[in-house]
Design a protein around this ligand. Structure first.
Ligand code: SAH
Length: 368
């Protein structure tokens, strides 16, 4: 079914799929969807300016549209995709996690984090995750389904709209950074994630106008998809969740490594760096006595030497039932120091949201 038809036919392109939303559509598709509703095509642009520019999806605020058209346009093109179930905050309100329920009952979470000089939203690309990493709460729960592009965009819309209205500690603000580091494996939901990236980064009224350079896509290392992403002509940052420099350990920590080995994942990452000119971020959760030995730091340094890469060390966050704990601070310091001594840029993640189960690897979206 054509998208325009899907919109007029009660906006469900296929059974079990989320409703089609303005944010799923390119500007040209929006114009045909609006025309299919019997409205002049320029209304698509007006609607887009409200949604992507003024950050409102409330028909009552769209006073430049005839009252009669507003409700019909909103009903067809701005269906409610995610219902806010719960908001929890910590860090004096500077970290804010939202639990969402999708129309089919799937749950997802997103986390808004305000830092001096930047505001980052961490979004989910799937409900659950199929990658089964044993130290990650999302991975333990399994995959429910892919999110649609608009379900991803909705998370950012909500964050942006809360910020614009001064709904977060620190006063009114704007989202500067988006990280695909919430629930799910973004490259396993390639098409929707790519569409969402376009909507986030295209200028108003096509999208929110967030800089591509400020968008990070984090992956377990789906090698063919990294290659595909490199061919998209984007300038987004790629983060690779490596967590071990050797296949023996990585096979256990990141099970997809049994399919694509460390060397292949890193080759794909260097291909991405070459295509985009962007430094790849190598994510490494520090797990006590598992991956934090000095020899592993040295091996990692050898793998990254001379490459466009930096290492982001993440203190392991606690997850229910996990047998692992965070590295001893002295071991973590030693690990980072060995990388730095070898000339590898290294940072330690300023982990946010641990108290609200909103930190890396803790998103499990349990409504109870
Ligand atoms: N599936 C993608 C996107 C999720 S990003 C990916 O894996 O990259 C979430 C990041 O947090 C990943 O780097 C993940 O490996 C890391 N992570 C998962 N569980 C964690 C935990 N318990 N403590 C710290 N980091 C964790």
């Amino acid at each position: 079914m054509e998208l325009a038809e899907a919109v007029t036919a009660g906006h469900r392109p296929a059974r079990g799929r989320p409703a089609v939303h303005l944010a799923d559509l390119s500007p040209a598709e929006r114009r045909s969807a609006v025309a299919a509703l019997g409205e002049p095509a320029y209304r698509a642009d007006q609607l887009s300016r409200h949604y992507f520019g003024r950050l409102t999806d409330s028909p009552a605020e769209m006073t430049d549209l005839p009252a009669g058209s507003r409700a019909a346009l909103a009903r067809a093109l701005l269906p409610a995709l995610l219902t806010e179930l719960r908001v929890v905050a910590c860090d004096g309100g500077l970290t804010r996690k939202t639990l969402w329920r999708a129309a089919d009952g799937a749950f997802v979470e997103s986390v808004l984090m305000r830092y001096p000089g930047r505001i980052t939203i961490c979004v989910s690309s799937q409900a659950g995750c199929g990658m089964a990493c044993p130290f990650c709460a999302t991975g333990q729960a399994g995959l429910t389904r892919n999110l649609s592009a608009a379900e991803i965009v909705t998370q950012v819309f909500n964050g942006a709209s809360v910020l614009a209205r001064g709904g977060m500690a620190g006063g009114p603000g704007r989202i500067s950074n988006v990280v695909f580091m919430g629930m799910g494996e973004p490259l396993a939901n390639f098409t929707s994630v790519l569409t969402a990236i376009r909507r986030l980064t295209d200028p108003v009224p096509a999208g929110f106008g967030i800089s591509q350079r400020a968008v990070t896509i984090s992956t377990v290392g789906l090698v063919p998809a990294i290659g595909r992403l490199a061919g998209e002509g984007l300038s987004c940052r790629l983060a690779v969740s490596l967590h071990a420099p050797d296949d023996e350990l990585r096979d256990e920590l990141v099970p997809v490594n049994r399919r694509w080995k460390v060397a292949e994942v890193l080759d794909a990452a260097w291909g991405y760096a070459a295509a985009t000119g962007r430094r790849v971020s190598v994510e490494y959760a520090m797990i006590r006595d598992v991956n934090d030995q000095p020899w592993r730091a040295d091996l990692l340094a050898r793998l990254l030497a001379g490459r466009l890469a930096h290492v982001n060390l993440i203190p392991l966050n606690p997850t229910p039932g996990s047998k692992w704990t965070a590295s001893d601070p002295a071991a973590a310091d030693e690990f980072g120091a060995r990388l730095a001594a070898a000339g590898i840029p290294v940072t330690v993640r300023d982990t946010r949201g641990r108290e609200i189960d909103g930190a890396c690897g803790q998103l499990a979206a349990r409504p109870g």
